[in-house]
Structure formats: structure tokens, C-alpha cells
Design a protein around this ligand. Structure first.
Ligand SMILES: [Zn+2]
Ligand SMILES: [Zn+2]
Length: 232
């Protein structure tokens, strides 16, 4: 952002919304609020596991996963309000900060996977029109700014509008998600990709997207999300 832009459109703190000074991205008082997902982590999905010696979380133990692995940056409870404003209340600027934080803090782990591309989880056309932006694409752009892993947006699409997941049972969710994604391109040359999403809950969304990507011949599919937590 150049000086004139900052003068008229200063950045705002993603936590308390205070206007920030030049080169500030979050106010010092708020910078300690977002909490990283504490170890130990599930070896499959990166969620915090609480029992000593636990290797996989409850969900990963009983659900086959189409993705090869993944992890999240923050505990959802610590950034709940801010993330909900980013997603639902027209604050894409908060996501720009969060995307860069994902790149700064998780960048080395992402790069170590030797990915060909970051693929943001797409929205349906209707949702995209209503919201005006895809929050996952904003996060992916922030990760790119730091890591230079290219973002591939016109690749994975929503096949048809999905029902609101929260109202469905687990079995209904999985069934509903199965046909949720669509890849029009036949000639795929990607080997390893990283899906980018805002929140990881049961893994049904990234799982269904990973299954779609693998069905067109992509060998390794990982994911990274901004936040995760229990009881979402
Ligand atoms: Zn603040
Ligand atoms: Zn897990």
C-alpha cells in the first residue's frame, strides 16, 4: 500500500478495528490475542489432541481422509469475532493480514511440501455474488505474498449450491459434500497442491475437495486453514 492510500484508507486492526499507523498490521495490545493451535497435533489434520500419546484425533481415527495432511494457524475461539467479520461482514482487509500471517508462521512447512499450487476452496457463484469476495482466495493471496507459492483459482469449482452444512447431520454432510466440487480441466499437470480454507471443522469440506482433486490425478493434496477448534 502506498503512502497516499494509507493516509486516506488506513489499515485497521483485525481484532479491535482501530485505525493503524504506517507499517502497522495489528495493534501491539491485540497482537497477543490470536493463539496458535497448541501442540500436540493430530498427525493427519493438525487439530490439537489432548490425550498424551494420542496420534490421531477422534475424527481422523474414524473417518477416511482423502487429504494427505494439513494444519491450521489459530485456535478458532481466539479469533472468532474477527474471523466472522472477515467472512460475513465485509472485511476482506482482515483476511489480507491473516493470509500473510499464515505465510509467515506456516510458510516453511508449506514450502517443505514442494507444492505446485495453492488452491482456495471455491464458493458457489451465488455466495460469491452475495459476499463480493472469496475469503479463502484472500487468504491464499496473503500466503503467496510471503511464500511465492502460486495461487490457482480457476481450477476447482463448486458444482451446485450446497445446503447449509451446520443444519445437517454428519452423514448428511458427507453425502452433501461428495458432489460439491467440479474440475472442468482434463489435462492436469499438478502433482502436489495445498487447499486453502478459512476454518477447519470436521474436515468434510477439504476432504471432499481433496477427493475431487485426486480423482483427476493429483497425487498429493494437503490443506492449510486459518483457524480450527472444537465444537464449531
Ligand atoms: Zn487492536
Ligand atoms: Zn485429525
Amino acid at each position: 500500500m502506498n503512502f497516499i492510500n494509507e493516509l486516506f484508507f488506513p489499515r485497521h486492526c483485525p481484532i479491535c478495528d482501530r485505525a493503524l499507523g504506517r507499517d502497522e498490521e495489528i495493534c501491539p495490545e491485540c497482537s497477543e490475542i490470536p493463539r496458535l493451535v497448541p501442540p500436540p497435533h493430530c498427525r493427519k489434520c493438525g487439530k490439537h489432541v489432548s490425550e498424551p500419546g494420542e496420534i490421531f484425533c477422534y475424527d481422523c481415527l474414524r473417518t477416511p481422509r482423502a487429504f494427505d495432511g494439513g494444519f491450521s494457524l489459530y485456535e478458532y475461539a481466539s479469533v472468532h469475532d474477527s474471523v466472522s467479520q472477515f467472512k460475513n461482514l465485509g472485511r476482506p482487509d482482515y483476511g489480507e493480514y491473516y493470509g500473510r500471517q499464515m505465510g509467515r508462521i506456516l510458510g516453511a512447512r508449506l514450502t517443505a511440501l514442494s507444492p505446485d499450487a495453492l488452491i482456495p476452496i471455491p464458493l458457489s457463484e451465488k455466495r460469491l455474488r452475495e459476499r463480493g469476495y472469496n475469503q479463502s482466495a484472500i487468504l491464499a493471496d496473503g500466503i503467496f505474498e510471503i511464500t511465492k507459492i502460486p495461487v490457482k483459482e480457476d481450477f476447482l469449482f463448486r458444482a451446485h449450491p450446497t445446503k447449509v452444512q451446520k443444519k445437517l447431520s454428519r452423514a448428511e454432510r458427507q453425502n452433501n459434500m461428495k458432489k460439491a466440487f467440479h474440475i472442468p480441466e482434463n489435462d492436469v499437470k499438478l502433482e502436489t497442491v495445498i487447499l486453502v480454507d478459512d476454518i477447519y471443522t470436521t474436515g468434510s469440506t477439504v476432504g471432499a475437495a481433496a477427493a475431487a482433486l485426486k480423482s483427476v490425478g493429483i497425487s498429493r493434496v494437503y490443506f492449510v486453514t486459518l483457524a480450527t477448534g472444537r465444537g464449531l
